[in-house]
Structures are given as structure tokens and as C-alpha cells.
Design a protein around this ligand. Structure first.
Ligand SMILES: CC(C)(COP(=O)(O)OP(=O)(O)OC[C@H]1O[C@@H](n2cnc3c(N)ncnc32)[C@H](O)[C@@H]1OP(=O)(O)O)[C@@H](O)C(=O)NCCC(=O)NCCS
Length: 158
């Protein structure tokens, strides 16, 4: 199986916050952001392995600042790490105020997907060729989170 680069599967999506996306504070509802994050990350993982993927774990999600109605939402997903059949995708969400060109990072998340074969069983994914220091840093960080999450699963899921 041919190795893939991080740049081969980067996904960039844009949305605009409409009134039906909001919470009682009139800022974006967290569940809407989580749904966009899951979609962008799943497209990224599927592009990496060219197979169907399912979400198995949301490693981390941090809501850093709110997003207001009318603001644009930029969602960027890239592969951080791969196991045998699993793919860890990092997602950065930013808000952009279209009137002032002000960009803020609002959310960061890490999700794990598993590639499935035609019988719905986990199947091998391409290795990752790292090209930049930033990609190497993300890979090492994700590797540590994967090992820690594996340890936790041993105790939590019986
Ligand atoms: C995906 C699924 C088929 C994997 O089955 P499984 O029996 O756990 O498979 P395995 O134990 O062989 O694990 C396969 C890989 O998933 C990883 N994995 C499984 N559960 C995980 C979890 N909770 N968190 C992180 N990684 C996980 C394993 O570490 C392994 O990675 P590797 O191949 O890179 O080493 C099964 O967990 C499933 O169907 N889950 C539901 C998925 C779903 O419906 N998602 C929501 C909608 S998209």
C-alpha cells in the first residue's frame, strides 16, 4: 500500500452561523460545531485511506471562544497520526468576522476513525509520510494521546 502525505487529505470547509445554529446565549450551539468537526474529520480520514470510515473516539474537544450569528466558520482537518486501521485527525475551527476580517481560533478537537473493509471489519490504512516539523510534532503528540487512551480503555470499558 502506497504511503500518503498529510497534504493529500487536508479538508477545509466553510459555514455561516445562522439563527437556527444558536444556543440561548445567541452564540453557536456546541453540538452544531461538533457535527461540522465530525464531518470534516471523517472526510479527511476517508480521503487518507480511500475507504469508508467510522468515528470511534473523540479524543479531545476544546471550546476556546464563542461564534456569533452571521460570522463565518472555517473548519480545517488534517491527519495527525495513523495506526494499523485507525486514523487520528486534528481539527481547528476558526471564526471570521466578514466585516472586519477578524479571525479567531474557537475550537480544537482530535478524533479517531477506523477504516472498514466490505464486511465492516477494520482494515489497514496507508502509512503517513511526514514532511514538516509541525507534522512531526502533531504525530508525536497524537501518538502519546493514543497510548494514554488505550490505557484508559483497558480500565473503563470492560
Ligand atoms: C469500528 C469498529 C468496527 C472497530 O471494532 P473493534 O472490535 O474495536 O476493532 P479492533 O479492536 O480491531 O480495533 C481496531 C482499531 O480501532 C482502534 N479503536 C477501537 N476502539 C477505539 C476507541 N474507543 N478509541 C480509539 N481507538 C479505538 C484500535 O486501537 C484499533 O486501532 P489500530 O488498528 O490502528 O491498532 C467498532 O468499534 C464499531 O463498529 N464501532 C462503532 C462505530 C460507529 O458506529 N461510529 C459512529 C458513527 S460513524
Amino acid at each position: 500500500m502506497k504511503n500518503k502525505k498529510v497534504s493529500d487529505s487536508v479538508i477545509e470547509m466553510r459555514e455561516m452561523v445562522m439563527p437556527h445554529h444558536t444556543n440561548p446565549q445567541n452564540t453557536i450551539f456546541g453540538g452544531t460545531v461538533m457535527s461540522w468537526i465530525d464531518i470534516a474529520a471523517a472526510m479527511c480520514a476517508a480521503k487518507h485511506c480511500n475507504k469508508p470510515v467510522v468515528t470511534v473516539h473523540v479524543d479531545e474537544i476544546h471550546f476556546i471562544s464563542p461564534i456569533k450569528v452571521g460570522e463565518h466558520v472555517l473548519i480545517k482537518a488534517s491527519v495527525n497520526y495513523v495506526g494499523k486501521s485507525s486514523i487520528v485527525v486534528g481539527v481547528k475551527v476558526q471564526s471570521e468576522n466578514p466585516y472586519f476580517n477578524e479571525i479567531k481560533t474557537t475550537t480544537r478537537a482530535f478524533l479517531t476513525f477506523v477504516a472498514l473493509d466490505s464486511n465492516g471489519k477494520p482494515t489497514e490504512v496507508p502509512r503517513l509520510d511526514l514532511e514538516t516539523e509541525e507534522e512531526e510534532r502533531r504525530y508525536e503528540n497524537a501518538k502519546q494521546r493514543v497510548a494514554a487512551a488505550k490505557e484508559l480503555r483497558k480500565n473503563l470499558i470492560k
